[in-house]
Design a protein around this ligand. Structure first.
Ligand code: ZN
Ligand code: ZN
Ligand code: ZN
Length: 293
């Protein structure tokens, strides 16, 4: 919890369920300080980047990204919701392991879901239909794919829409989308992975001008986090670069901007480092952050 929590009022909200890069914290086989601390204190352990969208009036929720940590993230959400809300679907940004492996839990080996809506770009939907084990989820009707064309709002409930915006990011198995969720009052941008802001066909400032809350790719703090790597080769904007861009273009002050998708090595796991960044106007997303929409 941080000081930015607000009381739900519109009946639609987003809750942060995970804030780590695909490998989570601790990362398998790693003994860097943040990983070691998280093994010693499991409360510090964190799953990959994930959000829940909740419509309290419909008692339904949707996941933005289905991570390998979905069993824990789902439990944590249901405990928080207190009553049995209906799991109404998942929207997936792209086919990298932290963002879609959780779909496997929906198959006959585990949940045995029936027709759970999965929202995906046409390229990601085609990948899921063509490759096992995902193709089996489709064939057995565990999931029902809903292809979402870019920039075309899709109703999740009468009070909640979702739109996808293409972003440049290693296109190995699928393209990559950012997601804009829109409730009755506010809009939230979820953009966990991008190669470079400069490679995007949109200006970050323009995209931010259309939303109220943004969770952006904060994988690496700065280039020093990856010694020996050419800055140009780092496949993410650093947090330092993102902060500079936000300051340069003076993002509208009403927009609350957070970083998420933190690599295990990121210094922003340290609350003091996160507070220093927040003082400059860029916050670090935390599990449990709640954003009324
Ligand atoms: Zn990722
Ligand atoms: Zn580590
Ligand atoms: Zn990725």
């Amino acid at each position: 919890m941080d000081g930015t929590q607000e009381k739900p009022s519109s009946g639609v909200r987003a809750v942060v369920l995970g804030t780590a890069q695909d490998g989570g914290r601790p990362q398998v086989g790693c003994f860097c300080p943040p990983c070691t601390q998280a093994r010693q204190n499991p409360a510090l352990a964190e799953g990959p980047s994930c959000l829940a969208l909740i419509d309290d009036r419909q008692r339904q929720f949707w996941l933005l990204d289905a991570t390998p940590d979905v069993p824990r993230q789902y439990d944590w959400l249901q405990e928080r919701l207190g009553v049995r809300y209906h799991f109404a679907g998942a929207a997936v940004t792209h086919a990298h392991i932290g963002h879609y492996l959780g779909l496997a839990q929906l198959g006959r080996e585990v949940v045995g879901a029936r027709g759970l809506p999965v929202y995906a770009s046409p390229a990601l939907a085609a990948f899921l239909m063509a490759n096992g084990p995902w193709s089996q989820l489709v064939r057995l009707g565990n999931i029902q794919l809903h292809t979402v064309e870019p920039d075309t709002p899709q109703y999740l409930s009468p009070h909640l829409t979702l739109a996808m915006i293409p972003v440049p990011h290693r296109q190995e198995f699928s393209d990559t989308m950012a997601i804009v969720a829109r409730g009755p009052r506010r809009r939230l941008l979820y953009l966990p992975d991008i190669d470079r802001w400069e490679a995007w066909d949109r200006r970050l400032a323009d995209v931010l001008a259309d939303v109220d809350i943004a969770l952006l790719d904060g994988t690496f703090f700065d280039a020093a986090e990856l010694p020996g790597r050419d800055r140009e080769e780092i496949p993410h904007p650093t947090v330092v670069d993102t902060l500079a861009l936000l300051q340069e273009h003076a993002a509208p002050s009403r927009v609350q901007v957070y970083v998420t998708h933190l690599n295990h090595s990121n210094r922003l796991w340290d609350p003091a480092e996160a507070a220093t960044l927040a003082a400059q106007g860029l916050k670090v997303a935390r599990r449990g952050n709640e954003h009324p929409l």
